[in-house]
Design a protein around this ligand. Sequence first.
Ligand SMILES: Cc1cc2nc3c(=O)[nH]c(=O)nc-3n(C[C@H](O)[C@H](O)[C@H](O)COP(=O)(O)OP(=O)(O)OC[C@H]3O[C@@H](n4cnc5c(N)ncnc54)[C@H](O)[C@@H]3O)c2cc1C
Length: 464
Amino acid sequence: MAHAQSVQTHLDSTLMQALTRLLGPRLSTHPDTLQQHGHGESHHPPQPPAAVAFVQTEAELIQVAQWCHQFRTPMVAFGAGTSVEGQLQCVSGGLCIDFSQMNRILEVNNGDLNCVVEPGVTREQLNLHLRDQGLFFPVDPGANATLGGMVATNASGTTTVRYGGMKHNVLNLNGVLANGDTLVTGSAARKSSAGYNLTELLVGSEGTLALISRIQLKLYGIPEQVLAARVCFPSVQHAVTAVITLMQYGLAVARLELLDQGSLRAVNQYCGTDYPQQPTLFMEFHGSTALVAEQAATAQALCETNGGVSFVATTADDEKKRMWHARHNAYYAALAQVPNGRGWVTDVCVPISRLADCIDATQADLQQEGLSIPIVGHVGDGNFHLLFSIAPDDEPGLQQAQRINQRLIDRAHGMGGTCTGEHGIGLGKKTYLQQEKGATSVAVMAAIKQALDPLQLLNPGKIF
Ligand SMILES: Cc1cc2nc3c(=O)[nH]c(=O)nc-3n(C[C@H](O)[C@H](O)[C@H](O)COP(=O)(O)OP(=O)(O)OC[C@H]3O[C@@H](n4cnc5c(N)ncnc54)[C@H](O)[C@@H]3O)c2cc1C
């Protein structure tokens, strides 16, 4: 879908005056602020907005949307800026709405195991707040993202294999439409068959359908015991076969992550660790002390049957932290492989029975291209990432990554998978959306966009 506006590098002066009256110093046109808000963590060139509004309340947000609608000004929502598919580039200029100061935790309902938060609350902030009440929110995309950004990208991560991703954990959303009208999508009830599922419509909509102003989320009790383990394999094929066995056995694994040999090499260099440089599964079990011990013993036996060696398990907090620190630093370790390298990350997701074949074929492709690119995966979900690091002026390197990405996505599609398990479409995967869903499905999406935002003001140029 074409985005109609020409690039608005300056806001209308009447609009600027109104926004300044409303927000005072929380409206910024400082060049550094504009530059910082014109991109996320992707390789796409920055495209800054004309101004940034740091909203603090839903009332301010509604007013800002009404004025932007009146002045036909594009609006791009900004959370923590960690998205990786070019979701934040202000391709039509306009106003960036930064939610980082709209970050209050409004309710924690212990009895119902849910909470209500503003969109700028980060997942670490929420979990810190919940810890003393014996509760936690499980979705963990690695980065300390905002919950608004996580809703908007349908984020998932290391714990999705057990607790699901964002779409499984959002009960209700309050949203502000492009014209300033407000909507409520769900309720505090755990399930509902009332009408179209507007909650899931907004989850993953990347700021193109509504500005999310309030989020009600499911919560979970902190398990009595958390046991982390890692085990090495002679090949990715062995590791993934072990994963399939663990899943088929019905083990209640709460995290199940693969780092290939290239990732562990990068992690060892970056973190000063000495993990064996072999495909390795990192896993975690949640439950009673007896349950996790039993599950870990079964996992060890199943892994060893599939060629796993050097199984290490721990319930000690500092050792668990060290283990997951390695996993969470895999991205930065990959970046550090190239001086001044910029992240070029892609993710696909396939049915788990095809995962080993997909990773094998991808590794062979990389080898043929003469590259050693780290592969990490939320393998319990059939999801994995390639972590390219490309120097800013390395145009051939960029084109090579694009070619490999095209083949990766063709491969995933050929196996019944998707071009993105969790990072979204943004600018980066627009062409693959059509390839994956077909013209009719994309036309339906475009019709929904047209119905909710006929002037194409919300995050123009993304998804379509
Ligand atoms: C090291 C690293 C590891 C990562 N690992 C994972 C992973 O495992 N799983 C995963 O899913 N992602 C991962 N990501 C990507 C990223 O963390 C997620 O996409 C995250 O959900 C983005 O949240 P954010 O707050 O940074 O949003 P932003 O990047 O600021 O915005 C993302 C999108 O959400 C929209 N948006 C933000 N706030 C709102 C709002 N209030 N209303 C409407 N739209 C809004 C924006 O317009 C944009 O389209 C990783 C990123 C990094 C850097």
